[in-house]
Structures are given as structure tokens and as C-alpha cells.
Write a protein that binds this ligand. Structure first.
Ligand code: UDP
Length: 476
């Protein structure tokens, strides 16, 4: 039988590329031929970290690139992320079709047996279908936020969305409106749903896109989720009534570690930013569980004023900290770290390290890290849980509110900051999280459950093998 060949197409930002590359590595390790597709822009940007170099040289792991359709001016625009989303979702199909046609005709390349896309790349499911190629949709968020996104059309039908007017954003409505009729979900505040419900516009681009993309996943032959059965039992049971074939294979970092990787590649892969690996040596010099790790992921932006609130909050917490301030994080400042208050460095001398991008999974697994001040992106949440690190959550976009809701209220491993995140609250929440034996105990419990799911005989371990078997069959 020919070697299964999976073409992996992630949405072109770190929160999709990283977990897609982890899946690609796992499938390759289990015998699949992998074609990993970046955008041309990212392809030129990626840092050749150890993990990427390691797979690049190996038999049957190839990288390809398609254009994202953006001009240089589009890329410099303030609403770059929305521009990228509009561009790739409306212009991605033709180059992807051409790429598949080229792969099919290329000598020595096994026939493509599966196209695996991440969220927002639904156009590729249609293209694969045209060519009779089975598909898998990898929704890179939690099962809960996927289910919540699938229910957005019903929220609209029942009149919750869009909001009646702008006052509903600030008058407490998002906190007091409770949705308790979604099978598989606990009662959820309207504000715990995707940020895209925070609109008064029925035609809001993000609202329309996310609702249709979540439901479009039904076109795929299988759904893949970076979660594990014991973490989201009720939600997964509800989802399985609509999606008979779901492969829950998370946390991906644990699976990679337990699956013969020996931990060597967790946190490494395709990085769009130059990584500061020296921060690991800095962590080596810190006391166990003494450091606050701070990062807001690859997309979030903050104002200089908000940055200052976090800075003074961290200073007042008294704890050492490692803070990733990536290029583009601070609105209007090309060098975000330079936007920190002038007196901050002197005030925290000797106990803080500011960097731009770090090997996050390795950082979170470092024994010196005691808590994670995070924007609650799903990858960050999973990585923190897998490392047994409690979180101080500051959600602000897309599924982050849903993740925060589960972290703080269902799993007991985090506390939430108000949207304003004033310095006093930042300091209080950091100190309370660092001191909380209860949160640490629950975090250790979830870490153990995550490792068991990914270890031999665990649900994610078995689902990965089932997924590999499906790659070679005519329908997944
Ligand atoms: N990340 C990293 N180094 C950093 C900050 C983030 O490697 O300094 C990685 C992190 O490990 C995660 C991804 O970037 O895999 C961020 O994804 P997430 O879903 O948390 O947030 P998003 O960037 O999509 O908002």
C-alpha cells in the first residue's frame, strides 16, 4: 500500500501553525508523508529552530507555500489581522487548488490521501472535495469554544446576538445574561462566548465568518481537537452526536513528549519570531515556582497605558518575572519593550527579564515558573495545563473568554482580571495565584490527567493511532 500523504494547511498565525506542526510531526513519526503548507510571507519569515530543521531534513516531510494575497501596504495596516483573514479566506482557494494539482503530478510524491486544515481555512475542504481527497478539520480551540461557535446562529435566532445597542457592551448585560440551554455546556454568561458576540452589527465580518466556519467543519470527514476526553467530557459527548468522527489528541505537547520525542522538540518548531533561548538559563538561576511568566500570544495588542498597568502590577507583586513583549504587541510602538515606563527597569532590577519571544512550552515546564499571566489563547492554556502551572487570565479576543471561563470556574486553575486590569488587581491576582495551594493542587491534578491521556493506553494516545490508520483509508 502507498504511504499515506497528508497535506497540512494551517491558518497563517502562530496559534494555528504551532499545533498544526505538532500534529504533522506526530503523523510523520507514524509513517505518513507530510506536506506542510505555509503562506509565502511566513515561509520567508520562519526561524529555522531546531525542531523545524530536524523535520525538514527527514524523508517525506516537505514544506510548500501559497500566497496570502496581501500587499506590502495591507501588511502595514493597523487592522492587519482582519485583512489577512479576509484575504486568505477569499483568495486562498485558487493557489491551494494549483498546489494540490502540482503535488498529484509530481513524480516520487505519494498520492495525497488527506487534507488537514485548521480553523478559518474551510475553503481548502471544498478544494479537496472537488478532487475527491478525504479531509480532516483541526479546530485549534477547545471543544467548548467550538461548540459555542457552532451555536452562534441559534444565539442570533433567539435574539441574543447582535446586541441591541452599544450600551449593552458596558451595562452588565454580558455578565447577567445566562445561556443555560446548550446541551453539554454549563450555564454560560453571554460574555463567556466568543468576543464576536460583542457587536451590534448583524453583518459583522468576524461573527459571520466564525459561525459559518464552525458549522462548515461538518464538510470534513473528521474533526480533530487539541483536547482530551477527561477534560471536556460533557462537551465532547454533545459534539459527538453531531460529529461521529472526532479525534481528540491533546494536549499535543504531552503526546509529542510521550511519543518517543523525549521532550526534545516541545516548544520548538516553526517560529515566526526569533526565540530567546537564553531565558531558560535565566530561569535556571531562579528559585523553584518563584517566577511569573507573562505573555499575550501572537495576535493581542495592548495600549502603552495598559502595558504600564501590567508593569507596575508586576513590580508590586514582588515576584521575579519573565515577560514576552513581542514586536507589534504595543499599539503604535515598533519596539514594545521601549514603551515600558522609564522607571520600571530600575524598580525591578535583578528580578525581571523582558524578552520578545521565547520557547513557551519549555518555559512553562521549567520548575522555576509558578504562574502564567496569559491572554487565555487555547494553545497557551493547554501548554500551561500540561505543565501544571496556574493562570492569571486576561482574555480579550475570540475564544479567549470561553477558555478563561473553563480555566477559572470548571477546572479551578486560574483567576480572571477585569478588562481594565488595573495595577492593584494585577499585583493582587498574581500574589494570590502564586500563594494558592488549592490552585496548585488542581493544576497538578490536570497535569497528571493530561499526561495519562497522552500516555500509553490513554484516550489521546489511542485516538492518534486511530487517526493515523484513517489517513490511509479512502474516507476518514
Ligand atoms: N508562543 C511562543 N513564544 C512566545 C509566546 C507564544 O512560542 O513567546 C507560542 C505559544 O507556545 C503558543 C502560541 O505561541 O503555542 C500562541 O497561541 P495561543 O493559542 O495561546 O494564542 P494566539 O497567539 O493564537 O492568540
Amino acid at each position: 500500500m502507498a504511504r499515506p500523504h497528508v497535506v497540512v494547511l494551517p491558518y497563517p498565525e502562530a496559534g494555528n501553525i504551532n499545533p498544526a506542526l505538532q500534529i504533522a510531526k506526530l503523523l510523520h513519526r507514524h509513517g505518513a508523508y507530510v506536506t506542510f503548507v505555509n503562506t509565502e510571507h511566513n515561509h520567508a519569515r520562519v526561524q529555522d529552530t531546531e525542531g523545524a530543521a530536524a523535520v525538514r531534513g527527514r524523508d517525506g516531510f516537505c514544506f510548500e507555500a501559497i500566497p496570502d494575497g496581501l500587499s506590502v501596504a495591507d501588511r502595514a495596516a493597523q487592522d492587519y489581522n482582519i485583512g489577512l483573514c479576509v484575504s486568505i479566506t477569499t483568495r486562498g482557494a485558487a493557489p491551494f487548488r494549483a498546489l494540490l494539482a502540482r503535488l498529484v503530478a509530481e513524480p516520487g510524491v505519494p498520492p495525497v490521501t488527506c487534507v488537514l486544515t485548521t480553523l478559518l481555512m474551510g475553503f481548502a475542504l471544498d478544494v479537496a472535495r472537488e478532487q475527491g481527497i478525504p479531509t480532516m478539520a483541526f479546530w485549534t480551540c477547545s471543544a467548548a469554544s467550538f461548540l459555542a461557535d457552532m451555536r452562534l446562529p441559534e444565539l442570533e435566532e433567539r435574539g441574543y446576538v447582535p446586541l441591541k445597542d452599544a450600551s449593552y457592551l458596558t451595562n452588565g448585560h454580558l455578565d447577567t445574561t445566562v445561556i443555560d440551554w446548550i446541551p453539554g455546556m454549563p450555564p454560560m454568561r453571554l460574555g463567556d462566548f466568543s468576543s464576536f458576540v460583542r457587536t451590534t452589527d448583524r453583518d459583522d465580518f468576524c461573527l459571520r465568518l466564525i459561525a459559518s466556519e464552525a458549522n462548515n467543519c461538518k464538510k470534513a470527514d473528521a474533526l480533530v481537537l487539541n483536547t482530551f476526553d477527561g477534560l471536556e467530557t460533557d462537551v465532547l459527548a454533545a459534539l459527538r452526536t453531531e460529529y461521529p468522527r472526532i479525534y481528540t489528541i491533546g494536549p499535543l505537547g504531552c503526546l509529542l513528549q510521550g511519543d518517543g520525542d523525549g521532550g526534545s522538540s516541545t516548544g520548538r518548531g516553526l517560529s515566526l519570531w526569533k526565540q530567546d533561548s537564553e531565558c531558560l538559563a535565566w530561569l535556571d538561576a531562579q528559585e523553584p515556582r518563584s517566577v511569573v511568566y507573562v505573555s499575550f500570544g501572537s495576535i493581542a495588542v495592548v495600549t502603552p497605558e495598559q502595558l504600564a498597568e501590567f508593569a507596575w502590577g508586576l513590580a508590586a507583586s514582588g515576584h521575579p518575572f519573565l515577560w514576552c513583549i513581542r514586536d507589534g504587541l504595543v499599539l503604535g510602538c515598533s519596539d514594545g519593550a521601549a514603551a515600558l515606563p522609564a522607571a520600571f527597569a530600575a524598580e525591578t532590577a535583578g528580578r525581571g527579564r523582558v524578552t520578545s519571544w521565547c520557547p513557551q512550552e519549555q518555559v512553562l515546564r521549567h520548575p522555576a515558573v509558578g504562574c502564567f499571566l496569559t491572554h487565555s489563547g487555547w494553545n497557551s492554556t493547554c501548554e500551561s495545563m500540561a505543565a501544571g502551572v496556574p493562570m492569571v487570565c486576561w482574555p480579550g479576543f475570540a475564544d479567549q473568554y470561553t477558555n478563561c471561563r473553563y480555566v477559572c470556574e470548571a477546572w479551578g486553575i486560574g483567576v480572571r482580571l477585569d478588562a481594565e486590569a488595573k495595577r492593584e488587581q494585577v499585583a493582587e491576582h498574581v500574589k494570590a495565584t502564586m500563594a494558592s495551594e488549592e490552585m496548585r493542587r488542581d493544576a497538578a491534578k490536570w497535569k497528571a490527567e493530561a499526561e495519562a491521556a497522552a500516555g500509553p493506553g490513554g484516550s489521546s494516545y489511542q485516538n492518534l493511532r486511530a487517526m493515523v490508520r484513517a489517513l490511509g483509508s479512502s474516507s476518514n
